[in-house]
Design a protein around this ligand. Sequence first.
Ligand code: ADP
Ligand code: MG
Length: 426
Amino acid sequence: MVGCISSGAVWAMADYINSIFERYLHAKKIFKNKEVLRHSYTPKELPHRKEQIEELAHILVPVLRGETPSNVFVYGKTGTGKTVTIKFVTEELKRISDKYNVPVEVIYINCEIVDTQYRVLANIVNHFKNESGVEVPLVGWPTDEVYAKLKDVIDAEERFVIIVLDEIDKLIKKSGDDILYSLTRINTELKRAKVSIIGISNDLKFKEYLDARVLSSLSEEEVVFPPYDATQLKDILLQRAENAFNEGVLDDAVVPLCAALAAREHGDARRALDLLRVAGEIAEREGAGKVTERHVWLAQEKIEQDTMEEVIKTLPLHSKVLLYSIVLLDENGELPANTGDVYSVYTTLCEYIDLDSLTQRRVSDLINELDMLGIINAKVVSKGRYGRTKEIRLNVTPHKVKKIFGQDDQLRPLLTVNLSRQRRLI
Ligand SMILES: Nc1ncnc2c1ncn2[C@@H]1O[C@H](COP(=O)(O)OP(=O)(O)O)[C@@H](O)[C@H]1O
Ligand SMILES: [Mg+2]
């Protein structure tokens, strides 16, 4: 009979679930306030950023004497505290300028989210919408008109407007530097207000994308955020951990290990905080009373897996099909394979989903890209007088790739391909 479960089994299940709940309820609470470990939380103190805070304060302080601050270009790798420091300094500036009745407006825009010139301009106009009564729609107006409106609303009063363009490299790479050209010159067209720009970039090479004139006006001043070393990361974590965890739940070795692992990843404070948070979550789920080094290692593995999943999800279509060819070869016990073997499966798969295949040369480049991303391993080996060839291996589990592609409408059909049958058909 369908759906008939013995009453004994039902009891066993209920006991099991009960034991999970009980264990959870009686486990010592790990977190006091997990929010403190989130990226969005702004701590009251920023250890090891005194120098950058002072530099920025010196650049912005003329505002209090009624002078326009220079434009600033801020750069450093991800997780070096650029966003949190700029927010901290501009909030302080706002507080002091309010106290002394100096009219200052700070507009913060994250260009990874607001990622077109039109939307950046519209955001600036809309910042003043309560005052001006003007609201630009998300699409539809000619850009020139938005820019004209922007000048009007900014210039409505005598004031200083500081525009922070965070992750500016993303915007410029996508849609060019016209917007910076206009914004860095806007003061010549304003009568009452004065504008300063703070541009923040994770990528130093991004300077190459800028017109020389734009670069020189944007980087009137430059502030560099160097990576943190393990000792500095330890201080940052200890300060956050104090409010995030209950007393006595962190083993002494936990914070130093998170700091050391994140220091290896170009001194990224975000990674360090993630490791600490995830280690705590794993300990909590286990019902453990303490977070130990073992939980940090498990957290490291989980974060790496999650990152890899994200990388695979965002690959271009052909790279995904290529990756699936290698997955199939793996399942057929045919790895390591060379470029030719992989190419032949790749073309078969392209045909299967009605996709025009790329040339072998182009696919060879894509193989190198997958190798650089760590998804596969492509080692060049010498075959004596037969020249050199690549030995291609898979670095992720076929199961993981299948799980990801199963959620992708265009790739899902590939999951039903049986390589041996498909080869016989051709
Ligand atoms: N000196 C610091 N003190 C405390 N927390 C910091 C410090 N530097 C970075 N953080 C934290 O690390 C994370 C990443 O910092 P963020 O400012 O976003 O880096 P970036 O913008 O350079 O990528 C944030 O959660 C931030 O609060
Ligand atoms: Mg940032």
